[in-house]
Design a protein around this ligand. Sequence first.
Ligand SMILES: *Cc1c(COP(=O)(O)O)cnc(C)c1O
Length: 232
Amino acid sequence: MTEADVRDDTPAARLAAIGARIARAERIAHRPAGSVTLVAVSKTFPAEDVEALIACGQRVFGENRVQEAKAKFPALRERHADLELHLIGPLQSNKAREAVALFDVIHTVDREKIAVALAEEIAKSGRRPQLLIQVNTGEEPQKAGVPPREAVAFAARCRDVLALPVVGLMCIPPADEPPGPHFALLQKLAGEAGLSQLSMGMSSDFETAVEFGATHVRVGSALFGSRPYPAG
Ligand SMILES: *Cc1c(COP(=O)(O)O)cnc(C)c1O
């Protein structure tokens, strides 16, 4: 199905189709059913679209900007107390307070300054979002993330020195390369770091990510349709 077709289906049909593809990938990889969490990436889509998926049972959503999430999710949360909100985009240290207040999981910890800012806000607020370290597996200069060779030490420092609730690693492979080797590298680094969660796989490659052990796949356009404007 192309992205243009996606919105011809009902939200229930789209969600069921992605759920079936995840379940099939779990079976093929000999992984337990339900071991992969679908993070529905709602960036750029209005609250009504999120509501439509909530009505179909989806509870876990991802946003890539603090401000956009802040505009959309507090009202949704008043109606649905059990939503789980994930930050999947870059975090500036001056937004650490808002991020800790709003998100349940932050996938994009990628430098000392952010780690320190999060540690301070967690101590102050008493809220403890789960954290993942973003790894720049393709070592692309324009992309966020710690270099692979620093990932294990950085994770250990965040966990053991800053006492942060680090649970896993996240990556976004280069757009022009097969993703498998990047997913394999992330899986290997998580093993070395003693971390159990792997956030990897998007609309175009989430089945491959499941094969390499993804615990969280981040799917946007295959669920919501092509984005109305660039999400940056
Ligand atoms: C937008 C985004 C996604 C979802 O991408 P799709 O290709 O629309 O599924 C996943 N992860 C991150 C970090 C994103 O910014």
